[in-house]
Design a protein around this ligand. Structure first.
Ligand SMILES: [Zn+2]
Length: 238
């Protein structure tokens, strides 16, 4: 179709804006910075949960250690009582009972000591794990502060841009009915309607054209809009 070069630029902007809107599905545009911030906030939420679990594991192991120490205190008392009783007891049957009790208290204490050793090793690892989570949370907090500032300024800059729907209406108003009809018909046909031609490839289908097609397009009159021989899209030479 015939179209003045200034109108060709308007048509190309219209086609790119409509294409961009198609890509976002007409949904509100979210800046990359806002997406980064959202990702970090999600990561922070997961890290908070993980840190809480790590703290809970430390708390559980600490109460386990207190329980072992309490059991140990009771058994040591029993051991002392048995020994005291043995110094006074003369009845052989009663002495045997007390000796038996003393033996089982001692062996239970030995078991508790190895449980306590194990618990101490474990709590060391658990506290390390909790501290690692704490450090990661601090690090995330710093990243989020930076990302928040970046998102705020990016969102502000983006909202200063005209709304794509409004821009489309404004651009359409600048084009003739005939040009719009031809563009819309082509858009129905190839989805794109109009795209830029960089001298080699079609900006609609991204095919690199044959040298004959390339030169035919380059040589077409300036007020003529050639079609892409591959996808039919109107080509605006840039
Ligand atoms: Zn094409």
């Amino acid at each position: 179709m015939k179209l003045q070069p200034t109108q060709q630029a308007v048509l190309l902007e219209l086609a790119s804006t409509e294409r961009a809107l198609q890509v976002t599905g007409g949904k509100a545009f979210v800046t990359t910075e806002q997406k980064d911030l959202n990702r970090l906030l999600k990561e922070q939420q997961e890290m908070r949960n993980a840190a809480a679990s790590a703290q809970m594991a430390v708390d559980d192991m600490e109460s386990e250690i207190l329980r072992i120490q309490e059991d140990e205190r009771k058994l040591r008392r029993r051991e002392r009582d048995d020994k005291t009783q043995l110094t006074a007891e003369v009845d052989p049957v009663r002495r045997r009972d007390i000796e038996h009790d003393l033996y089982s208290a001692k062996s239970r204490i030995a078991d508790l000591m190895s449980e306590l050793q194990e618990a101490h090793n474990e709590i060391h690892a658990l506290r390390n794990n909790r501290d690692v989570h704490g450090a990661r949370l601090d690090d995330l907090g710093r990243k989020i502060d930076l990302a928040k500032r970046a998102a705020e300024s990016a969102n502000e800059a983006s909202s200063a841009k005209p709304d794509p729907q409004t821009l489309i209406l404004e651009l359409r108003a600048q084009l003739s009915t005939e040009a719009l009809a031809a563009y819309d018909a082509q858009k129905n046909d190839s989805d794109i309607g109009a795209a830029d031609f960089n001298g080699r490839a079609c900006g609609g289908c991204f095919m690199v054209l044959g040298t004959l097609d390339q030169s035919a397009i380059r040589k077409a009159p300036a007020d003529e809009l050639p079609h892409c021989p591959e996808c039919g899209t109107y080509l605006v030479r840039t």
